[in-house]
Design a protein around this ligand. Structure first.
Ligand SMILES: [Zn+2]
Length: 396
């Protein structure tokens, strides 16, 4: 049993001074803000001028993509066994960056579910995984090579139930094309996939199974379709057109009114890694879009899409948080990657907060990220479900 003491604590929503967190097993047993001594039986670790935060939660990652210039080609060239080994290493890199939970939004062969079992048994090896399994897409559609292609309302419903039976914790549906499959052509990237009937069948079955459902959607049509079908989340929400992102205020209003999670990120890259030209060309429009989404009151959580290229390694989340602080403020960016991210992952009762009964996922950083967001890179301690994780120096 541990008592972690630090100058400050951000509990997922608010900053407190002089905090002490009691950890018993894999849970938080208590939080003290009075400066009291730990109860008998607790070993005190005083982290000094540090801030305790909930472990970070990445709402959009791909453990099976290798963050190379051609993750799709690489994945198709290797066996499941090798892919699983690489996914284990990717999970480890995320954990080393302070990420204690990842929503894995598209794997092959349900490898994310296997990884979830592994890190559940050994929390020091990787973050908790919220697996989607292979994303549901149309034949030859976006990311078809992950194995989730299907067509017709009945078959889509069966696919959702099969994912649930295998242990998926979220359903991911591709409602538009995407850069990885469609290339740079914005018309192809933004093109609709699936009919309204198919998407409604997917959402109804996911909800019957008690699972949230989220849509990969770049074009306005795919965003609206997901919203009308009752999806819980939209990934990217980039409103892509041949003229770049063109946010539609009425759709943003509807996203905000419905409480749909918008899992996205701008620009969300690591220093020294240039954005691919097709993405760099969209940056100005994407920044204006992000402003519209946030000013419009949508529930933004930070999903950097780690794994899709060299600019998105699996340890990208702290950099994405620092970038998003420009739009959300420091506290807002931290909440969007802890408390709100947990809610988007259906884990609001267990993760994303430093409070009694919650999982003991605790990141300590040097200094105060509420006044200096770069403190998020200065990790001094990390606990995942109460297990001390070997400290790694910040990735340069
Ligand atoms: Zn993705």
């Amino acid at each position: 049993m541990l008592a972690l003491r630090a100058a400050r604590m951000f509990d997922g929503l608010r900053l407190h001074d002089r905090a002490q967190i009691l950890v018993a097993g894999d849970r938080i047993a208590g939080v003290d803000l009075t400066g009291a001594q730990p109860p008998p039986g607790y070993r005190l670790i005083d982290l000094g001028d540090a801030t305790l935060l909930p472990g970070l939660i990445d709402t959009h990652m791909h453990l099976v993509f290798d963050a190379s210039t051609d993750p799709a080609g690489h994945l198709q060239a290797i066996s499941d066994e090798r892919l699983l080994q690489e996914a284990r290493a990717a999970a480890r890199r995320a954990l080393d960056a302070g990420v204690t939970c990842v929503r894995d939004l598209g794997d092959r062969s349900f490898l994310g579910i296997q990884l979830r079992e592994e890190t559940a048994a050994r929390p020091d090896l990787g973050p908790d995984v919220v697996p989607a399994g292979p994303p549901i897409t149309v034949p030859a559609g976006h990311c078809w090579f992950l194995g989730g292609a299907t067509r017709g309302a009945g078959a889509v419903k069966d696919a959702v139930r099969d994912h649930a039976d295998r242990g998926a914790a979220v359903i991911k549906v591709m409602t538009t094309g995407g850069h990885m499959t469609s290339g740079p052509d914005p018309d192809a990237v933004a093109a609709r996939q699936f009919s309204a009937d198919e998407l409604r069948a997917a959402a109804e079955e996911a909800h019957r199974q008690g699972l949230p459902i989220t849509a990969h959607a770049h074009g306005r049509g795919g965003i609206v379709a997901a919203l009308e079908a009752g999806f819980d989340g939209v990934e990217h929400a980039s409103f892509l057109t041949p003229q770049g992102p063109q946010p539609d205020p009425r759709v943003i209003e509807a996203l905000a009114a419905s409480g749909t999670y918008v899992s996205t990120c701008i620009p969300g890259t690591v220093p020294g890694t240039p954005l691919p030209p097709v993405i760099a060309a969209l940056t100005d429009g994407a920044r204006a879009l992000m402003r519209s989404l946030i000013d419009g009151g949508t529930r933004v959580v930070i999903g950097p899409d780690a794994g899709i290229g060299p600019h998105k390694p699996h340890h990208v989340l702290p950099y994405a948080i620092a970038d998003m602080a420009e739009f959300l403020g420091n506290a807002g960016a931290l909440s969007a990657s802890t408390c709100h991210a947990a809610a988007a992952c259906n884990l609001a009762d267990r993760k994303g907060r430093l409070a009694p009964g919650f999982d003991a996922d605790i990141l300590a950083v040097d200094g105060n990220p509420l006044t200096d967001i770069s403190a998020i890179h200065r990790r001094v301690a990390l606990f995942h479900r109460g297990h001390a994780c070997r400290h790694q120096p910040a990735h340069a």
